[in-house]
Each structure stands twice: as structure tokens, then as C-alpha cells.
Design a binder for this molecule. Structure first.
Ligand code: PHE
Length: 506
């Protein structure tokens, strides 16, 4: 960014800091700027400084140094122990018994005092006589009436904290050698420097007008917004990406589908993934030699390999329908129906299994039900196929439900999803008559999106259903692919978040 662009995005306090810094010769600490620029608070300067730094108008030099303050003031009040010992020895003309010192100062203090007297060579310990004696040295005499280095430093620290540079090194070492007297702090000090861009900005002329950074209800209501000048946002300023939690794109599409059906008065259902072939196929009048029942198309389970059929009456009627049409007026498929085949456990191959099981339990109209759920087919994975995917299933059962009604409900649904060109063609399902396939027009061509139809008497008869049932099963992923214009279905199931974030669906 050049200087003019940076200037454009500067806030009021950033401009003020720049101008003040310039006034101070282009080099100053935040504290100096704070004082010279009459800011309200130091943080205002600090914040502006770091923004100016990131915008490239100033450089900030940082240096760390140590400061010292008194942790324990008792040493200042009582004086260092060797001073008290020195005074006591002086009072006795320069020689004092260790015992007398102990009597005067206490055992602990006196031994500390002796230690320091020795270390500073203020006295000599004489153990030759019957009792150990302390004799003042020349050094000791000198300091009788003179402050010692560490005493001087203590006095200064009593008044203010000191930087390492402001203290005498030897005195500091003496004080540091005493436990609990000093506290050391590491302080970082900063100096702002106007750099090349900063200089250019200053020479362009900084105008300090009041600027509004945030539009408030008050500004709007009073109309004051017309008179104020707004601060420009710099949308190129670096800011870290935030990824708060959100729903998976497919979940969002499912929610949209759900909302549409619920608004049209439908109720949502679901069922188990594992089903006996009976409900997935037989009850839907799909003959036992139908190609869709092959291993190539359907996943059968090893364990459990069979699921017992519960309602004997329904089983009997379904068997009859397959073999000779039962009492539905149909001829049936004319083969010997096998219960064993019907008991085979499988992963449901369509959600129509939910529809038929639900109808078997609730044969009385009216009923409007839908389901958005997962199904499984033995497909190899490629751009347009997955072995597990989702269907949008639904049915309407009511007295005068008609094929026309089916077509208009499907059109209505797609219309709500944002697709207006919808057409239907004859379809191939064993359980509906008439059957249809529904296409929607997208990007210049017709895309097949699902199947539907009116359940045949061979399906409704054995369940005791007396009214027409309009049913459909629509592709869910296909719809999502159209929504995001995807060529590859696998893009919908990317689990790597970094990759997902680059995808149009994110
Ligand atoms: N079950 C069919 C499929 O999986 C769709 C369908 C449902 C067709 C209901 C007719 C009636 O493609």
C-alpha cells in the first residue's frame, strides 16, 4: 500500500499519534506521545501505535530491561544488621565480645551481622582469648560516619523504583545477596519511529477531523449521520480467518427440504437401515427374480442373515399377490414365492421401505408423510455414484388423491427449491401404475432427479389400504449438486476441512 492509501484508512487516533510523533522529532516513546498529544488514555496511544505499525507507517523498537523495587521495607526502617553491629562496637571503643553482640541483637541477627562485617571487612573476629571478640578494622572506622554503598541504594529505592542502569552495580549485588529484599521486574520499553511511509503521510498533511467509526441507532434516528464524516474501512488489512461452528452443507440442504415439506403439511418419519427383503421389495410387488435384488445391486447382511417376518396375515397376502394376484384382481407374477428369500436381511436400497412399513401400520387416510434418509446400493464410486446416498421420500394417501395431484406436488416442491422447469416422463417401477420419472431443466439440459407414481392395487391390497397412495423417491445429492453446480458427487462428502473450505459448498 502506498502512503495515500494508508492515510485514507487511518483512524482519528492513528492520525493524532502520527502528527504528535512528527512533532516530537519522529522518535518518541508511547508515554511521551501520550503526554505531548493530550490523549485520554495511554492505551489509546498503544492501540494506535500497533495499528500504525501493521499499516506500515511507523516502526516500533522494543527493548527489555530490568527494574528493581523494594520487596521488604523492614531493612530500610531497621537498617542493615552490620550497621547496628558497627554502632554497638564503636560504642565500646572498637572492641566487643560476640556474646555481648548476641545479647544486644539476638542470635540470628547478630550472626547475620557478623557475616556481613566479615564480608565487607569492617571488623576482624579474634578467637585467641577466652571469648571471641570483634575488633573494628580501618574500613570499619571509615564507615562509622559514612553511608555504605548498599545503604545509599536502599535509601534511593525507598523513594522510587530504579532501572538496572540507574543503580551502582556493586551496591546492587550487595542487596541482591540478601534474601527477600529486592524484587526484579522485566520491563519492555518501546520507541516509535516514523518510517518512510509515515514521513510521506505527514508531508501530505494530516487533517484531524472528528470521524465516526461506527454507525449507531442514535446517528440514524437523529439524522446526524448526514453531517459527520465516516472513517473508511480498509478491507485489505490482515485479519485471521475465523471458522465458527456451522452445519454441514448437506445438512443445510436437508433442513431446507424438511422445511418445505413441513410447510406443505407433511410429517417426517424414518426407520432402520437394516430391513428384511420382504419390506424393501416383496411388499412392493417386486418379484423375487427382479434384477434389482441381485448381489450386484443390493448389500445383503451376513449377520443377521435373516430377519423374521412378524405379521403372518400380511405375509400370506403378499405371497398370494406374487403367486396369483390374491384378491386384487391381478394375475400376480405366477411363480412360487419363497419366504426364505423374503426374510433375507439387507441394507435398505430405497426409502420406499419406510413408506410401505408406515402405511402397513397406518392404513387410514388422510396421510402426508416424508422422509430424508440414507440408502445403500452396491455401486462403485465415481463422479456420479456412491454406495450410500440419500433420498427424499414422501407419500400422500387420501380419498381423492390423483396422478395430477402427484405431479403438482412434485412441481411445487422443486419450485420451492428454486427450480421452475420441471417435467415428468413414464417410469419403470414395479410398485406403481402410472409411474413417472421427474426431470428438471438445468444449465441447458434435463436432469433426472427421481421417481414417483400411484401405488398399484398389488401393493395397497395386502395392507388393507382402500385409498390412492401417491409416492415418490427423489435424489437428494443430485439436487445438492445442482445447487452448487458440482460435476462430482464426491465433493459433497469431503471430510478434510481444509479441502472443504476451498469448495463452493462450504
Ligand atoms: N423407490 C424409487 C427409487 O428408489 C422411487 C420411487 C418411490 C418410485 C416411490 C415410485 C414411488 O428410485
Amino acid at each position: 500500500m502506498n502512503a495515500a492509501e494508508v492515510l485514507e484508512g487511518l483512524s482519528h487516533s492513528e492520525k493524532k499519534v502520527l502528527a504528535t510523533l512528527h512533532g516530537l522529532g519522529g522518535r518518541a516513546s508511547p508515554d511521551d506521545i501520550f503526554k505531548a498529544g493530550e490523549f485520554q488514555q495511554l492505551v489509546e496511544v498503544m492501540n494506535a501505535a500497533s495499528w500504525l505499525q501493521s499499516k506500515g507507517a511507523v516502526d516500533i523498537d522494543e527493548s527489555a530491561h530490568k527494574t528493581y523495587c523494594l520487596k521488604d521495607r523492614s531493612l530500610v526502617e531497621k537498617g542493615v544488621p552490620e550497621r547496628r553491629a558497627l554502632t554497638l562496637i564503636s560504642e565500646k571503643e572498637g572492641s566487643l565480645g560476640v556474646k555481648d553482640l548476641e545479647a544486644a541483637m539476638g542470635k540470628e541477627e547478630s550472626s547475620m551481622a557478623i557475616g556481613w562485617l566479615m564480608k565487607k571487612k569492617l571488623a576482624r573476629l579474634d578467637k585467641s582469648g577466652t571469648e571471641p571478640m570483634l575488633h573494628l578494622s580501618d574500613e570499619g572506622r571509615k564507615y562509622q560516619h559514612e553511608q555504605m554503598l548498599d545503604e545509599t541504594l536502599l535509601k534511593k529505592l525507598e523513594v522510587e523504583d530504579l532501572d538496572e542502569g540507574e543503580t551502582d552495580k556493586a551496591a546492587l549485588d550487595l542487596l541482591r545477596a540478601r534474601k527477600g529484599v529486592l524484587q526484579e521486574k522485566l520491563v519492555v520499553s518501546r520507541v516509535l519511529r516514523l518510517n518512510k511511509i509515515g514521513d510521506e503521510i505527514v508531508s501530505m498533511g494530516i487533517e484531524l477531523t472528528d470521524e465516526v467509526a461506527q454507525l449507531t441507532p442514535e446517528l440514524l434516528q437523529t439524522g446526524k449521520w448526514k453531517g459527520v464524516s465516516f472513517r473508511k474501512y480498509d478491507i485489505r488489512t490482515f485479519a485471521p480467518c475465523q471458522y465458527p461452528a456451522k452445519k454441514h452443507p448437506l445438512t443445510r440442504v436437508a433442513d431446507e427440504v424438511r422445511r418445505i415439506f413441513i410447510q406443505m403439511g407433511f410429517t417426517e418419519i424414518d426407520d432402520e437401515y437394516v430391513q428384511p427383503a420382504f419390506w424393501n421389495m416383496d411388499a412392493l410387488f417386486t418379484p423375487q427374480d427382479h434384477p434389482a435384488r441381485d448381489l450386484q445391486d443390493t448389500f445383503y447382511l451376513k449377520n443377521p442373515s435373516r430377519l423374521p417376518l412378524e405379521d403372518e396375515e400380511v405375509v400370506r397376502r403378499v405371497k398370494a399377490v406374487h403367486e396369483n394376484g390374491g384378491d386384487t384382481g391381478s394375475q400376480g407374477w405366477r411363480y412360487a414365492w419363497s419366504r426364505e428369500e423374503a426374510e433375507r436381511a439387507l441394507l435398505r436400497t430405497h426409502t420406499t421401505v419406510n413408506t410401505i412399513k408406515y402405511l402397513a401400520k397406518h392404513p387410514d387416510p388422510p396421510m402426508k408423510v416424508f422422509c430424508i434418509s440414507r440408502i445403500f446400493r452396491n455401486e462403485s464410486i465415481d463422479m456420479t455414484h456412491l454406495p450410500e446416498f440419500m433420498q427424499i421420500e414422501g407419500f400422500i394417501m387420501e380419498e381423492d388423491a390423483s396422478f395430477d395431484m402427484l405431479v403438482s406436488v412434485l412441481k411445487e416442491f422443486y419450485h420451492h427449491m428454486g427450480f421452475d422447469k420441471v417435467r415428468v416422463r413414464p417410469g419403470p417401477f414395479p410398485y406403481t401404475e402410472p409411474s413417472l420419472e421427474v426431470d428438471i431443466y438445468y444449465n441447458g439440459s434435463w436432469m433426472e432427479l427421481g421417481g414417483a407414481g400411484v401405488f398399484r392395487p398389488e401393493v395397497t391390497g395386502p395392507l388393507g389400504i382402500k385409498h390412492p397412495v401417491l409416492a415418490w423417491g427423489l435424489g437428494f445429492e443430485r439436487l445438492a449438486m445442482l445447487k452448487w453446480n458440482l460435476k462430482d458427487i464426491r465433493e459433497l462428502y469431503v471430510t478434510d476441512l481444509d479441502l472443504l473450505r476451498q469448495s463452493p459448498i462450504f
